[in-house]
Design a protein around this ligand. Sequence first.
Ligand code: ACO
Length: 262
Amino acid sequence: MVLLSSSPSLSITSPNYRYSPSRRLCLCPISATHVVTPHHIDKSSLTISETSSEDQLWAAARLRVRSFNEFKPSTFGIQDHKRYLAEREFEALKERIAGKRTGFNRVSCLNASLPLSQLLSLPNDDLCAQCKFIENGEDRVVVGTLDVNQCMSLPDEITGMKPEGIEGQFARGYLSNVCVANELHRNGLGYDLVAKSKAVAQKWGLTDLYVHVAVNNEPAKQLYMKSGFVYENDEPAWQARFLDRPRRLLLWLGLPVNVNSI
Ligand SMILES: CC(=O)SCCNC(=O)CCNC(=O)[C@H](O)C(C)(C)COP(=O)(O)OP(=O)(O)OC[C@H]1O[C@@H](n2cnc3c(N)ncnc32)[C@H](O)[C@@H]1OP(=O)(O)O
């Protein structure tokens, strides 16, 4: 097997696997092999912004591939496989941002980035090599990323119920693909990204923000709870078994109404 998934449902060899970038958003429990010594960062030159170039989108796609999958380094053809996954993620993301994906009214990919020079002391250069991009002549590295989606629901997920009625379609949003480079966990980057996503959702006039999270993904659950999300619903066990993945929780956050929304 080429790909070692951190969750059985992520494996492309799983019989129930169907590719959907939004489907694997909250699948990744932090397994023991994910634990790395955290690297403390200075956040004074951190920026969190909507994707501004294809170069940056590539970096975000590659960060997602390395964050949501576990790879055995010795496996034959692993680099080709990573490249293939990144290409697939890049194309799907580009399509959603361009509004070409049915059911997605609006999608924004938010990226947290740091200057490359600040990450040269990391124990290995994989993050810098994979997730580097150039902005205004400066080498930067995408260190965290997520999508804010304005849509009825995400494919294969439990649907949020608030707000009720026809306006739900327009005023409800979902966060997906939330991840931070594992060497930089516990620096508050996940929290900062979620905070920024709330501002984007409010700017769009969304009043209700949702996330799906696997029951066994403790870091993500804690992050969302710290960010103000509360439990709304959970997936039936039979559905999780059918989809061959850990059961999901649906968490909700109410946003203040923005009268100047765009
Ligand atoms: C909708 C979805 O996309 S769900 C999928 C979520 N993504 C993943 O599982 C991918 C792999 N995991 C990650 O990338 C990261 O662990 C994330 C995104 C979940 C958290 O990112 P980080 O930058 O490490 O989180 P951050 O440092 O901002 O922590 C914020 C809070 O989350 C909680 N938290 C984060 N990591 C942990 C952990 N390992 N254990 C317990 N609580 C944690 C804490 O409450 C923390 O606040 P504190 O530091 O004041 O105690």
